[in-house]
Design a protein around this ligand. Sequence first.
Ligand code: MGD
Ligand code: MGD
Ligand code: SF4
Ligand code: MO
Length: 738
Amino acid sequence: MSTAEARVRAAAEPTGDGAASTVHTFCRYCLAACGIEVTVVGNRVTKIAADKQNPHSWHDFCAKGRTANQLVEHPRRILAPMRRVGDSYVEATWDEALTDIAARMNALIDADGPDAIGVYYGNPAGFSSSNIVFMNGWLDAVGTRNRYFVGSVDQNAMHVVSEAMYGSQLMSPVSDVDHCDYFLLVGTNPAVSAWNWLETVPGGWRRALARQQAGATIVVVDPVATESARKADVHLAVRPGQDWALLLAMVKVVLDEGLEHREDCADLATGVDDLRALVAEADLDDLAGRCEVPRETIERVARDFAAARGAMVVTRTGVSLHEAGTVAEWLGHVLNVTTGRMDRPGGRRFERGYVDALRMFELAKVKPHRSRLRGREMVAGAHALAELPDEITTPGPGQIRALVINSGNPVVSGPDGAALDAALAQLDLLVVVDFVQRESHRHAHWLLPAVHWLERNDLPAFTSSMHDEPFIQYGVKAVEPPPQAREEWRIWVDLALAMRRPLFGARGVNAFVAATRRLAAVTRRPGLAFTPHWIDRLLVATSRKVNGRRLRWRDVLAHPHGLVLGPREYGHFRDALRTEDKRVHATPPEFLTRARELLATPAPVGPLGYPFQLGNRRHRHSMNSWLNELPGLHPAGKGNEVLIHPDDAADLGIGAGERVRVSSPVAAIELDAALTPAVRRGLVVVDHGWGSRIFDPRGGGAPESFGVNRNLLVGADGMDPLSQTSTLGGAWVAVEPV
Ligand SMILES: Nc1nc2c(c(=O)[nH]1)N[C@H]1C(S)=C(S)[C@@H](COP(=O)(O)OP(=O)(O)OC[C@H]3O[C@@H](n4cnc5c(=O)[nH]c(N)nc54)[C@H](O)[C@@H]3O)O[C@H]1N2
Ligand SMILES: Nc1nc2c(c(=O)[nH]1)N[C@H]1C(S)=C(S)[C@@H](COP(=O)(O)OP(=O)(O)OC[C@H]3O[C@@H](n4cnc5c(=O)[nH]c(N)nc54)[C@H](O)[C@@H]3O)O[C@H]1N2
Ligand code: SF4
Ligand SMILES: [Mo]
């Protein structure tokens, strides 16, 4: 073992003697990936601080990272496999769990075929390379096409646009914040959400504000005067769901007035003529009316954007969670492409990363499949969450009868949670891999104890092309997990072995893993048993050359704070494009058709009796549907509330703090009113992610819950047809005092 390796090992190993040790790693709650310094005494984390020696990524450090050990030590944490017996749970051994699950799944597959097994995976699966790789290895072992993931309530629009324009779903351009002179931020609140959505731009918001100090302009497009909008030079309080009209109007101004970047429009991109044809059919006043932003303002912003030296459009969930999400996402990229922002300073770069993630993704690509009932193609290797309930409840070949939920809480974070909850109750087998039993895990037959990132080593190689500079850091664990908790990769491997189905669908892998385990047992050297660490080392050994030199594992270990691998580079984008002609496809036909459809349809209005639009917000101290319950992050008993414009409240007879019923054609919820001019009139805003219960499978205590789930108001029918994303940002509701 090298000295560097010994040092990292020593830092990661419990001292046991009460002396404090320090571990440098990074937070894996969100893609900001902040560098942290963890103080450990015994096997307990006593303090988490920002790692100010991290050369890349400590800058967004927030209270969620600071209190990450609270989830590790959650009083209701699942500490051993738990089997459902009647209405309660009993602890079991891993052998019992794996044997039972394998037997039941195999019986279902024998009877009904592999599609009888389904999976839903959430964000944290993607934030752990070993989890996502081996989960896919297990899914390929099973052979099921019933795969569902969080993308259809999040970033699918980006995947669809990247695939169509750049040739790869994973080709997400990265913000070059430090050189930007004009930020057009659409449907994002980076002051709260920390500049991350398929990109890691540590301290992105603070760096944008520093650019503003130096003269840059920040424009925020958001129906709410958010924390970010209040700091912006220009705030466009767009009509929810109408960003496509705003962005199309801007593209029209750019093309009609000849403000485009000639070279990129002629050489880098194809399809610009189709764009010209599209904007010729659109009328600026009509578009301005749809998005409710004055025409003159649109023209001014478009001209200033095109004229700026460095500029970028950034689009996020405020755009994607609407029916026209993909078209708006596309038009954001179009503005970047047509004004010459791709891979130029201050625009959106292509970061190569130390491994070729795009190529690996292609090798691992899931075979195309249409969903059984709705006949829709997969997006980014999975079907839409909105389809899951019916796929469980509708009998016939291909019906899902066993489901695994890998780090997700879709009953709360997706549409029509009531329908999904009812469907989950009908499964023959529901297996959950998580730390605690949340709302979506209520009907689980098995709860399998997972490992927190503070307890897990990980090299997130596949997201290395999402960092805003070439960077590598090994995510070392700070503490050892509870004895019976298991890293997710191991659960997938063990399950494939127990089911006797070949990992990755490839012959020989199971035998190889089993052989290494036997060798480890015989020689009493546990290090000889296969772990994903072998893959980490292989990836580093075969990584791209940096400064003409190959990266070595010992370099990685010698830099516990992370290693910046060189300056930001420009000029790799064209070469990296995955389209056959190596050009950006500016106007994919399906987007064009859909844009014409939107142009031909009047702006949507709510059904009779539901005049308000339901908006949405994130909390700095919550992570979607989790962390709401942690006392270090939220005052006891704190829930979410509904934000209403004071004039709307006055019309409705609602006073500040009063109880309000918000209802849609699907459901009704009650919460307290907070009056604020920050929201547009006609819009009410409720934080998402609340109202998820936490059960107590070990202690049998009453479930705990804070706030209410606003997504119950959103039906499963509303969908962006191009990305299959649920319209979680677009519900129509009624508001009345209780
Ligand atoms: N109305 C509305 N709805 C939304 C959104 C919105 O803006 N508005 N946002 C959408 C977006 S962007 C997202 S990403 C979704 C996410 O919504 P969620 O489903 O809330 O979040 P996830 O992060 O995917 O999954 C959370 C689960 O993973 C578990 N977990 C955390 N870390 C680990 C780990 O390391 N291992 C394991 N095994 N489990 C772990 C947590 O305990 C929790 O149960 O919500 C979407 N829903
Ligand atoms: N603290 C914290 N940070 C997080 C998360 C978290 O839950 N908490 N979640 C992480 C995850 S999973 C993700 S995907 C990212 C998401 O990152 P962001 O997309 O930046 O998420 P939000 O902060 O919800 O910002 C979305 C904004 O869009 C606005 N909006 C809603 N509808 C519309 C519309 O029709 N048009 C426009 N223009 N704007 C609209 C909302 O008012 C809101 O301010 O954040 C990540 N970071
Ligand atoms: S949760 Fe906070 S500390 Fe953790 S990576 Fe995100 S911004 Fe950084
Ligand atoms: Mo997300």
